[in-house]
Design a protein around this ligand. Structure first.
Ligand SMILES: [Zn+2]
Length: 309
């Protein structure tokens, strides 16, 4: 525990909060960059989302309108901006990578990985980077497997994540891919319980043998699922502003991270898509403190929860 970090929160001092080691364990490729940097690279002004949305379709429409499909030539710069943001935010640990689908943009797993490695070297060499492979629920299992295998052969990636519409296809479909990732020594994460219910969180953890859950906030609706997560030391990587702006929670003051923390679930605080929501990890800590959701000691504990596996 770090009393100076706690004092920085109480003082509402953003610069001071930036100075303490934090983790960001929930990111989506170059959308981990701040909106101003993304705007500069894309040659347009991008302001963070300023009104609440109510569906993933609305979210995809907003992203399509503001980011479009950037020219693949811009990808190195966008990733470098994401790493530079991590350094400014005072991150000690940054879990980020690209979707395995990116192999279709850059030609090979080697090329995708080199873009990321260069971005890390240039943008945030002092930040510990945990290379992450992403998968989308929207893709066919056989396509994901074909794209994923060359990445696994590099023996470079340490963690796998699954995102996209939780209802696109049953979680069980992804079991063979998670078995493959586990066989290759990767830690296992998946997005679940953002739009789905508490039982879907438990089912995903059991079926896919997850180590961590991205979001998972619906678990707060069930005492037994919370107990299950706490007993199995499953970490929930939560993104408060994302939950608020996508209407998954009423307010930061009533965010279910409070209930999950009280139930002994290991939670962390993350950004999701900084390019869209405009809030760094340091902002997220301050926002929850100011909203009265968690006190400075609890937030300090949560900060430490993210600094190791
Ligand atoms: Zn996410």
């Amino acid at each position: 525990m770090n009393e100076e970090f706690q004092r920085a929160l109480k003082a509402g001092d953003l610069d001071a909060v930036r100075g303490f080691p934090k983790a960001d364990l929930h990111n989506h490729g170059w959308a981990g960059a701040d909106p101003a940097s993304v705007g500069k690279i894309l040659g347009k002004k991008i302001a963070p989302l300023d009104h609440r949305l109510t569906s993933m379709a609305e979210m995809h429409a907003w992203a399509g309108e503001h980011f479009g499909n950037p020219d693949p030539k811009l990808r190195p710069g966008l990733f470098e901006a994401a790493f530079a943001r991590a350094a400014r935010d005072g991150l000690a640990r940054f879990e980020i990578g690209d979707d395995v689908w990116a192999i279709t943009l850059d030609g090979s797993a080697h090329n995708v990985t080199n873009i990321l490695k260069r971005a890390h070297d240039r943008g945030a060499p002092a930040v510990e980077w945990i290379p992450q492979l992403g998968m989308s629920r929207h893709c066919r299992i056989e396509d994901i497997r074909r794209w994923m295998e060359p990445f696994l052969e590099l023996r470079f990636y340490r963690i796998v994540d699954l995102s996209g519409d939780e209802f696109a296809q049953p979680i069980e479909n992804f079991k063979p891919l998670y078995r493959l990732a586990k066989k290759n020594g990767l830690r296992l994460k998946a997005h679940v319980g953002e739009w789905g219910d508490a039982d879907s969180v438990r089912r995903a953890v059991e079926e896919l043998e997850l180590d961590e859950v991205q979001h998972g906030i619906a678990a707060a609706d069930s005492q037994s699922v919370m107990r299950f997560l706490a007993d199995h030391r499953i970490r929930l990587n939560i993104c408060p502003t994302s939950n608020l702006m996508l209407s998954r929670v009423e307010s930061l003051a009533s965010h279910p991270i409070r209930k999950l923390f009280d139930a002994g679930v290991r939670v962390t605080i993350n950004t999701d898509d900084m390019a869209m929501f405009g809030q760094s990890v340091s902002h997220e800590f301050l926002n929850l403190y100011k909203a009265g959701c968690l006190d400075e000691k609890e937030l300090d504990q949560i900060r430490e929860n993210g600094l190791s596996d």
